[in-house]
Design a protein around this ligand. Structure first.
Ligand SMILES: [Zn+2]
Length: 281
């Protein structure tokens, strides 16, 4: 049978592909109240079995969360692992690279809302296929603050938090997902547009970031405006207008035609993540 991604409306395409092609043994998906019966019919069509996760681990607190697999044994193992908070075992069943699983299992209970900053500090390079600044799954503490990225195309080519933005195993997975996404998404449009991932990101914390149309330069960026802004209340206008962005410690400044149009001291040192640098490679 041919896989139709549109059958899995609302689910991450990379997850569905991973399960379909067998590089994920399980995936999980949340669903809204009243949606389960429709989803079950879709799962049955593709031979995916479904086990319900207990309410404690259903972190999105919607209608519920189910674990999907072709193998009932994997569902049983996954539900037991959740019950015992063995997120390392779950990470492996989900097909995440071992280096990323062990790193996150070690640091899980120390999680702040600064995943991106911590990951950046561990990165030698910023490989755009691993850019997951828009993917909040799995690193979300402020559930209520989860942004709505509808219409933005793919938020991420990977469905895990990498141990670094140059993790080789994560890059392999991103390439595999990219290959299968291109095979299954037949109509070009927002769904097949990954260009957002290959742009520099101005980052203050996981809830204040901006994707810039332009290029990163040492200590800042030259940009024509913002492709997307999350948070940064009060700075939107100048970010959308573009210019030369300079970071010095906690101070962010933007100038146009040699004139400073914005100077702002942020509560934490902002960063420019240069996901544009290796974009042509
Ligand atoms: Zn890794």
């Amino acid at each position: 049978m041919e896989l139709e991604l549109r059958d899995f409306n609302g689910m991450k395409s990379t997850d569905v592909l991973g399960l379909w092609y067998g590089y994920k043994r399980i995936i999980s998906t949340g669903f809204a109240a009243g949606q389960l019966e429709t989803l079950k019919a879709v799962f049955k069509k593709y031979g995916f079995l479904c086990g319900m996760l207990d309410k404690t681990h259903d972190y999105k607190k919607q209608g519920g969360t189910c674990i999907l697999s072709r193998d009932p044994g994997h569902i049983k193992t996954a539900l037991a692992a959740y019950a015992g908070n063995r997120f390392d075992l779950i990470g492996r069943l989900l097909g995440y690279p071992e280096c990323c699983v062990s790193y996150h299992y070690k640091t899980f209970y120390k999680f702040t809302d600064e995943f991106v900053r911590e990951c950046s500090a561990r990165s030698g390079k910023f490989l755009w296929p691993l850019n997951n600044v828009l993917d909040f799954d799995g690193r979300l503490k402020k559930v209520a603050a989860q942004p709505d990225f509808n219409g933005l195309g793919h938020a991420s080519l990977i469905s895990h938090n990498p141990c670094s933005y140059d993790c080789a195993k994560s890059l392999e997975l991103a390439k595999k997902n990219y290959f299968y996404l291109n095979k299954h998404i037949r109509h070009p449009g927002p769904e097949s547009d990954y260009s957002l991932l290959a742009k520099p990101v101005l980052y203050a914390d996981d809830f204040n970031l901006a994707i810039l149309n332009g290029k990163s330069v040492p200590g800042g960026a030259e940009f024509a405006g913002a492709a997307f802004i999350l948070g940064f209340a009060g700075l939107e206008k100048e970010l959308n207008a573009g210019g030369s962005l300079l970071l010095r410690g906690r101070v962010l400044s933007i100038s146009r035609k040699g004139k400073v149009v914005l100077k702002k001291t942020l509560s934490k040192k902002p960063l420019v993540l240069p996901f544009d640098v290796h974009a042509s490679a």
